[in-house]
Design a protein around this ligand. Structure first.
Ligand code: PRX
Length: 656
C-alpha cells in the first residue's frame, strides 16, 4: 500500500467542523442534480446512462445500450451514430448560441484571443478540410504536439469531425517519447508549433518533432502553427505552415456521423512496464460520461458560468474537461498557456478576476505550491466570482483542501475532489456539490451509475475502517476499450487480478466509518509526480540506457509539494570514469532527453549495490525508506554504499 500521502485529518480537527461541510443551502437549491440521482442510477444503472446519452444529439438511436457479452470488451450505445465535434460545436451554433464565447484564451506573454462558438465552428471546419486535403481518412491516427493554444482544441475537434483518431502528446515530452508514440500509433500526420511560451520564454517544439521524425518512419506531413516566431528548420514537401494550409480552406464542412464505438483518441499513459500504454477511447460512451459528469460534478450553467480547467490539454484532464466536457455543455472556458508564476505569482488570480471565473479545476500539487507562496498573494485579487472548486490528479491532503476552500473559495465554494484516470475517461468517485456533505481529503462516493468497491487481496469487500484496493465492478460508458494494438495487455493489466468483469485501478483506498472512500495513492510501480503518472520502470530503463549505468532502481518518495518525487539509485559500470556531480547531472539530462523534463529524478544516488530479495527482486519499499528518511541534498552522490549500509539492519534476507 502506498503511504505517500497524508490522508488523515489529524491535527486539523479545530478547522474541520464535526458536521463536515454540508452544501450551502443556496447552492443546493439551485444545483443541477439532487440526492435523488443516486436512487435513480441505482434503480436502473444502464437506463441512467441512456438518459445521460440523450443529452447529446444522435443521428441514429442505439438499439442496445450496453453489450457486455464479451468482457472486458464493452460496447456502449450499440448501433447509435453521432458526430462528436458536431455535438461540441455545431449544435450550439444551430441553437442560436454562435456568439457565445467558447474560450477566453490567455497567452503567457499577455496576448489574448476570444473565440466564439461560431468562430470555433469555422476553424474546426477549415482544419477538417485541411486534414482531408492531406489525405487523412476516417480511422487514421493524427499526432498532435502543441502548446496550450486554441489550435490544439481545433485540431482535436477537426480529427473528431472526420473520424480520425487524435493522439495528443504533451509538449513536455522528449523527441524519443514522441517518436515511440508516433510509431506505436502509426500516425502519418503531426500537428505542432514552432514553440510555445513557458516561464517567460519561448520554448521550441518543432525541433523536437524534427528529431523525433529521425527515429520513426511513416510521417508524411508536419503542420506547423506559428506561435513564437522562432526560427525553425524546414523540410520541403513535408512541412507546411498551419496558416497556409488551414487558412485557405472553406469554412464549410459536412460532418458525417460515426458509430458510437468509433475510436476518438489514443492517450499514452505510464504503466508498470517501460512501454507506455495507448489507452483507446471511443465516441458515444466517452462523450456521454464526460459531458454528464462535467455538468453534474461542477454544476455547470451554460449561460452564466466561466469554467477553467487549469491543466494541459496534453493530459486526459485537458481532453475531458478543457475540450469535450465543457464544449458539449456549451460552456464558456478559460484556457491559459503558461505557468502560474509568470510574470508574477498572482497570475491565476488575476485571470480569475479578469474573466469572472466561476468554477476552477486544478491539482493538489498546484494548490500546495500556492500555499508555499502565501495566502497574501490571492488575497490581493477579487475572487468573488468563484462558486465551486475542483481537484484532480492525486489525493488532496486535508491541509490543502482547507487552504483552497478558505483562501481561494472564500469559505463559500464546495470543493469537489474527483478521482478518475486516463483509463476511466471521466469522473468516477467524487462528491456532488449540491448533495454531499464534504469531508476534506476524501473523494467520498462513487459517481451515480458507477460500480466501485474497496476490496482486500482476495477481492473481498472490506469493512468500514479498513484499507484495501479500489476496484470498479461494472462497465462504465467512458471506459477505455483496449490498449491500442494490445488486447492481451489490456486484459492482463486491468481485468486479471480479481476475475472476470472486475477492473483493478491500481490505487489503494480506505473506507471510513461512514463508508466514504479515501484514496491512498498507487499500489503499483507507478509514481504520481505533480499529478503526472510516471512509471518507475520507464525511468529505470532510461537510466540503464546511459553508457555509465549498469543497474538502476527508481522509487517515488513523498514530496511536500509534488506529492511524490523521483529518487533513483544507480550502480555504475566498472569502466565508468566519473561518479561525481557531473555524472549525476549527465544522468538527469539523459532522462530528460529520453522521456522529458517531468521524469527527471529529484535525486540520483550512486550506490555499490541494491537491496534485493533472494529471487532478485529489488526491494523498493526499503529504497523508499532510504529516500524518505534521510536528508540528502539534491545532487547527493554516494560513491560508497553508506546509505545501504546504514539501513542494512532493515534488510530482510529473504522475502519475495
Ligand atoms: O492514483 C490515482 C491518481 O492519478 C491516477 C490516474 O492518473 P492519470 O491517468 O494520469 O489521470 C490523472 C487525471 C485524472 C489514479 O490512478 N488520482 C487522480 N485523481 C485522484 C487521484 N488520486 C486520488 N484522488 C484523486 N482525486
Amino acid at each position: 500500500m502506498s503511504e505517500n500521502q497524508t490522508t488523515d485529518a489529524q491535527g486539523l480537527s479545530g478547522e474541520i467542523p464535526a458536521e463536515g461541510f454540508p452544501p450551502p443551502p443556496e447552492f443546493a437549491a439551485q444545483a443541477n442534480v439532487g440526492a435523488d440521482v443516486y436512487e435513480r442510477a441505482a434503480a436502473d444503472r444502464v437506463g441512467f446512462w441512456e438518459e445521460a446519452a440523450r443529452r447529446l444529439d444522435w443521428t441514429q438511436e442505439w438499439d442496445q445500450a450496453l453489450d457486455w457479452s464479451n468482457p472486458p470488451f464493452a460496447k456502449w450505445f450499440v448501433g447509435g451514430k453521432l458526430n462528436v465535434a458536431v455535438n461540441c460545436v455545431d449544435r450550439h451554433v444551430e441553437a442560436g448560441h454562435g456568439d457565445q464565447v467558447a474560450y477566453h484564451w490567455v497567452g503567457e506573454p499577455g496576448d489574448t484571443r476570444t473565440i466564439t462558438y461560431a468562430q470555433l465552428k469555422d476553424q474546426v471546419c477549415q482544419a477538417a478540410n485541411a486534414l482531408v486535403e492531406l489525405g487523412v481518412q476516417t480511422g487514421d491516427r493524427v499526432a498532435i504536439y502543441l502548446p496550450m493554444i486554441p489550435e490544439a482544441v481545433v485540431s482535436m475537434l477537426a480529427c473528431a469531425r472526420i473520424g480520425a483518431v487524435h493522439m495528443v502528446v504533451f509538449g513536455g515530452f522528449s523527441p524519443d517519447a514522441l517518436a515511440s508514440r508516433i510509431t506505436d500509433a502509426d500516425a502519418h500526420v503531426v500537428i505542432t508549433a514552432d514553440g510555445g511560451y513557458r516561464r517567460g520564454a519561448p520554448s521550441g517544439l518543432k525541433p523536437n518533432v524534427d528529431e523525433a521524425l529521425g527515429k520513426t518512419d511513416g510521417v508524411r506531413n508536419v503542420v506547423v502553427v506559428k506561435r513564437t516566431g522562432q526560427d525553425v528548420d524546414w523540410t520541403e514537401g513535408r512541412d507546411i505552415w498551419w496558416d497556409d494550409l488551414v487558412g485557405r480552406q472553406s469554412t464549410e464542412h459536412e460532418a458525417e456521423s460515426f458509430d458510437a464505438e468509433h475510436p476518438l483518441y489514443i492517450m499514452y499513459t505510464s504503466g508498470t512496464t517501460a512501454k507506455p500504454k495507448g489507452v483507446l477511447h471511443t465516441s458515444g460512451g466517452y462523450l456521454t460520461q464526460v459531458s454528464y459528469t462535467h455538468w453534474a460534478s461542477f454544476d455547470i450553467k451554460p449561460d452564466t458560468d466561466v469554467f477553467w480547467t487549469a491543466a494541459d490539454v496534453g493530459w486526459v484532464t485537458g481532453h475531458s474537461y478543457i475540450v469535450y466536457g465543457p464544449l458539449s455543455n456549451r460552456t464558456t472556458s478559460v484556457m491559459y498557456e503558461g505557468t502560474p508564476d509568470t510574470p508574477h505569482q498572482g497570475r491565476w488570480w488575476e485571470i480569475i478576476a479578469e474573466y469572472g471565473v466561476t468554477v476552477l479545476y486544478t491539482a493538489p500539487t498546484t494548490i500546495r505550491t500556492f500555499m508555499k507562496w502565501g495566502e497574501d498573494v490571492p488575497a490581493k485579487f477579487d475572487l468573488s466570482s468563484l462558486r465551486l472548486l475542483g481537484s484532480v490528479g492525486e489525493p488532496i491532503n486535508p491541509e490543502a483542501w482547507l487552504w483552497y476552500h478558505k483562501n481561494i473559495g472564500g469559505g463559500r465554494c464546495p470543493v469537489v475532489d474527483t478521482w478518475w484516470q486516463t483509463e476511466t475517461g471521466a469522473h468516477m468517485v467524487n462528491p456532488l456539490p449540491g448533495v454531499t456533505t464534504l469531508k476534506p481529503g476524501a473523494a467520498q462516493s462513487p459517481f451515480p451509475g458507477i460500480g466501485v468497491k474497496v476490496v482486500d487481496e482476495e477481492g473481498n469487500p472490506i469493512e468500514p475502517g479498513a484499507t484495501g484496493y479500489l476496484v470498479l465492478t461494472e462497465p462504465w460508458p467512458s471506459m477505455l476499450r483496449t490498449i491500442w494494438g494490445d488486447d492481451e495487455r489490456y486484459k492482463d493489466t486491468y481485468w486479471s487480478r480479481y476475475g472476470q468483469g472486475v477492473y483493478f485501478a491500481g490505487d489503494g483506498a480506505k473506507l471510513d466509518e461512514d463508508g466514504d472512500i479515501w484514496l491512498l495513492g498507487r499500489v503499483d510501480d507507478v509514481m504520481n509526480v505533480s499529478g503526472h503518472r510516471i512509471s518507475t520502470t520507464e525511468v529505470e530503463s532510461a537510466l540503464v540506457s546511459h553508457p555509465a549505468v549498469a543497474e538502476a532502481a527508481v522509487v517515488g518518495a513523498t514530496d511536500p509539494t509534488t506529492g511524490q518525487g523521483i529518487v533513483a539509485f544507480v550502480i555504475l559500470r566498472g569502466n565508468a570514469e566519473d561518479s561525481g556531480e557531473e555524472l549525476v547531472k549527465g544522468l538527469r539530462q539523459h532522462v530528460r532527453k529520453e522521456i522529458g523534463p517531468i521524469a527527471s529524478p529529484r535525486q540520483i544516488m550512486v550506490v555499490q549495490e541494491l537491496p534485493k530479495t533472494r529471487s532478485g527482486k529489488i526491494m523498493r519499499r526499503l529504497l523508499r525508506d532510504v529516500a524518505e528518511n534521510r536528508e540528502l541534498g539534491d545532487d547527493t552522490t554516494l560513491t560508497d554504499s553508506a546509505v545501504m549500509d546504514q539501513n542494512s539492519a532493515k534488510l530482510p534476507t529473504s522475502q519475495d
